[in-house]
Design a binder for this molecule. Structure first.
Ligand SMILES: Cc1cc2nc3c(=O)[nH]c(=O)nc-3n(C[C@H](O)[C@H](O)[C@H](O)COP(=O)(O)OP(=O)(O)OC[C@H]3O[C@@H](n4cnc5c(N)ncnc54)[C@H](O)[C@@H]3O)c2cc1C
Length: 475
């Protein structure tokens, strides 16, 4: 699909604002190449006469991407969607709201237009799944039976697992979290709270050198780069006005990024700032908001005795509590699958993915319940908690689901595609694209290099592409 064809589709799909269209047009040379590549993974979905009742649970990006493709692919679709949210939050835009580049209304739009009249929409949430009997129960007490199920319920944040912290404390005492949102209500207060936090930090830096901590938890999280996006953008927000602060990046992980090329590039970015200290192996466990103290569980290893037989030193696991003082803290919450999934037979019952949806990492089909599929953040697979991953998963899920509906085996395979646009300053992004095998850049460009073109693409084009193309299953 080329740029002109995409623009035609965009224009036909009413509602594109003039402002967005102009921005897209202005970037047309970039758009032409980027869109051509981005459209590549779309799988041809042959029209199918397969029958059966499909229930999709969730109303976020993953659910809508499956819904739109399934409606097109089935000649007589019988689809029910169970999702509470009439409003849709474009979550990647929460960072741009925090950074002052978007307004809150740029990232919230109606879900209604994506759910056609031919679809039964139950505006409720699933309370329990009963996959042994192909049914589920909603919170309001409706029992829903299905032949095929797609689970797209995303994640749940657990701020309460940090002692002394509750979600309503965000925005006070120098505490922010860009993640905070209520998807059922269609709100994302974390974005504006973090914008206020940027401004308060800027104000404080005029008269002092504030101590700032940005955290990253030990759990899987959606958009693994977001904790560092806030770190670099808030630092640059000061730097642009010749202000400064002392930044600490306290992460439960042992690296800035899992891939060595990107990890090295991020260390270089930090050297450029010159005011960031990394605390690896530090997991935030408690907050004293009044005293502005954060307590971390620091896990590390110490060298023990030399083992002559093994010809190596014994490594001893150690842990200690470390208290750090701060003036401002940005907290990324511990994250898990939503309770309805985590507490159900659909979840992995043990292992590192315990509680997440037990799907095959390639086919996205449930490993035990073959009429169940998963898409998006809820999936218990090694990587892939991004909207970009969901976009690549959509054709796989729909293709394999239709095969199963037709009595065949699903053969389409998700390669683990994940994209992390690391905003390393205002105006520059490292576009980290990778899959199960390692780096997987869409373009023959050094993926570890910060580039303006990715900033422009992310800021101006991704939102309309997501809203008008991806959610409609057009790319
Ligand atoms: C700050 C931030 C920055 C990000 N940046 C990027 C980025 O730059 N690039 C990128 O690709 N991705 C990014 N992401 C990640 C991206 O937004 C998610 O990966 C994507 O939205 C996942 O889609 P999903 O459908 O799996 O989940 P969601 O979009 O979160 O949707 C889950 C849906 O399930 C519903 N639900 C929950 N429980 C139930 C229930 N029991 N019953 C029924 N419905 C239920 C919810 O109401 C919601 O509608 C970012 C996310 C955040 C928070």
């Amino acid at each position: 699909m080329n740029y002109d064809e995409i623009m035609k589709k965009v224009k036909e799909n009413e509602g594109l604002s003039r402002r967005d269209a102009l921005k897209m047009m202005a970037l047309s040379p970039v758009a032409a190449s980027v869109l051509a590549s981005s459209a590549a993974p779309t799988t041809a979905e042959a029209s199918s006469d397969a029958k059966g009742k499909v229930v999709i649970v969730g109303g976020g990006g993953g659910a809508l991407m499956v819904l739109s493709r399934l409606r097109r692919a089935l000649s007589k679709p019988d689809i029910t969607i169970i999702a509470p949210n009439e409003k849709h939050v474009y979550q990647p835009g929460q960072i741009f709201v925090a950074a002052g580049e978007y307004e809150p209304e740029d990232i919230i739009f109606d879900n209604t237009g994506y759910i056609g009249d031919d679809v039964t929409w139950i505006k409720d949430e699933v309370e329990t799944f009963d996959p042994d009997n192909n049914k589920l129960m909603t919170k309001k007490g409706t029992e829903v039976a299905y032949d095929y199920l797609v689970v797209a319920t995303g994640v749940q944040y657990h701020y309460e697992q940090i002692e002394g912290l509750t979600a309503d404390m965000l925005g006070q005492h120098g505490i922010a979290s860009v993640y905070q949102s209520d998807l059922a209500a269609g709100t994302a207060v974390g974005a504006t709270i973090t914008r206020d936090w940027f401004n308060a930090l800027h104000e404080a830096a005029k008269t002092s050198k504030p101590r700032v901590i940005c955290t990253q938890p030990s759990t899987p999280l959606k958009c693994g780069g977001a904790p560092q996006k806030i770190l670099y953008l808030s630092d640059d927000f000061l730097k642009r006005d010749s202000l400064s602060a002392e930044f600490t990046f306290a992460t439960a992980g042992e690296k800035l990024f899992s891939l060595p090329e990107i990890d090295a590039a991020l260390h270089k970015v930090q050297e450029g700032y010159g005011n960031i200290t990394n605390k690896f192996g530090h997991n935030l466990i408690a907050i004293d908001a009044e005293k502005k103290q954060a307590t971390f569980l620091h896990k590390y290893q110490e060298q023990g005795e030399y083992d002559k037989d093994l010809e190596e030193y014994d490594m001893i696991d150690k842990e200690e509590n470390v208290v750090m003082e701060y003036d401002f803290i940005h907290i990324v919450p511990p994250t898990a699958a939503v309770d309805a999934v985590a507490n159900s037979p659909l979840a992995w019952q043990k292992g590192s993915a315990k509680g997440w949806l037990e799907v095959d990492r390639e086919t996205l089909q449930h490993r035990r319940y073959k009429n169940v599929f998963g898409i998006g953040d809820v999936c218990g697979i090694p990587i892939g908690k991004t909207g970009g991953s969901a976009r690549h998963q959509g054709p796989i899920v729909v293709g394999n689901l239709i095969s199963v509906m037709e009595g065949k085996e699903g053969t389409k395979k998700f390669d683990g595609y994940t994209v992390c646009p690391l905003k390393v300053s205002y105006g520059e992004i490292i576009m980290a694209e990778f899959n199960y095998d390692g780096l997987a850049p869409s373009f023959p460009l050094d993926p570890a290099k910060p580039r303006w073109v990715w900033w422009a693409f992310d800021l101006y084009m991704l939102q309309p592409m997501y809203r008008y193309l991806m959610l409609n299953g057009l790319m």
